[in-house]
Design a protein around this ligand. Structure first.
Ligand code: KIV
Length: 277
């Protein structure tokens, strides 16, 4: 087979080979892992082609096709309604933007109940365009992480508040408030690291615990709802940043725009123009 020379990561020439996507994804994940203690990681969720393209043009490091998709795009009350079909559809749209950023896709609830199922799901998402996958939970997930990383697919962990468990937990609660809770998160993180994750999302862990754990772990932590500069990077849900989903704004969100207001004004102007009113 003839291999086509291409510009690869950092401008090096690489060969277009059937395995190239996996190799490039691993390189991207490894270079993010190496950012620990060097430069904070920026991550944003993206669920469609134009958003992925815009965020990538801005230079964000990670595009997360999060299962927050269920709430902020598909109109479900929480992430427990998201299916693998939903994720496949949206990760494919994001991948069509051919981003430089690492495309990480959430494994939706009940798509990774066993190591075999976790690997099968991850492979389907990679075939659709994901470069890495994220799963929620600590010690109980280590065999699944091993199964997926063993096949060369980078895995990101997710600890603290786990949105896929919102029904069992009866809401979204802050984590890491007691020494026992902090120790449970640390043990989960250590188990995930030994299983091969390249980074871990910390969600809604109180700032003091998030900072302490981040300092002691060897992989980057990427915080959401953990306070400022307590982790090795931050992730935000894009609609929280842009103010385009005004019906539910988490208390920790920092909107940097008000696209809901901009949209309403534009639509009102359109209606007035069309109806001459
Ligand atoms: O689904 C998602 O958007 C996430 C972030 C909250 C990290 O998992």
């Amino acid at each position: 087979m003839r291999l086509r020379p291409k510009r690869g990561l950092f401008g090096f020439r690489t060969l277009a080979h059937p395995l190239q996507t996996a190799v490039t994804a691993l390189q991207k994940a490894n270079s993010l892992r190496a950012r620990k203690g060097v430069r904070p990681i920026t991550a944003l969720t993206a669920y469609d082609f134009p958003t992925a393209r815009l965020l990538d043009e801005c230079g964000v490091d990670v595009l997360l096709v999060g299962d927050s998709l269920g709430m902020v795009v598909l109109g479900f009350p929480d992430t427990t309604h998201v299916t693998l079909e939903h994720m496949l559809h949206h990760v494919a749209a994001v991948a069509r933007a051919k981003p430089r950023a690492l495309v990480v896709c959430d494994l939706p609830i009940h798509s990774y109940d066993t190591p075999v199922q976790a690997l099968a799901t991850a492979e389907k998402l990679v075939a659709a365009g994901a470069e890495a996958v994220k799963l929620e939970g600590g010690i109980r997930q280590t065999e699944k992480v091993r199964a997926v990383t063993g096949a060369g697919i980078p895995v990101m962990g997710h600890l603290g508040m786990l949105p896929q468990r919102v029904l069992e937990e009866g809401g979204y609660h802050k984590k890491g408030k007691t020494p026992e809770q902090a120790e449970a998160i640390r043990a989960g993180a250590q188990a995930l690291i030994e299983a091969g994750v390249f980074a871990i999302v910390f969600e809604s862990i109180i700032p003091a615990t998030a900072r302490l754990l981040s300092e002691s772990l060897v992989v980057p932590t990427i915080g959401i709802g953990c306070g400022d500069h307590t982790c090795d990077g931050e992730v935000a849900v894009i609609t929280d940043l842009l103010g385009s989903y005004p019906w539910f704004v988490p208390p920790f969100a920092r909107p940097a725009a008000d696209l809901a207001a901009t949209t309403r004004e534009a639509v009102q102007r359109y209606i007035s123009r069309v109806t001459n009113s």
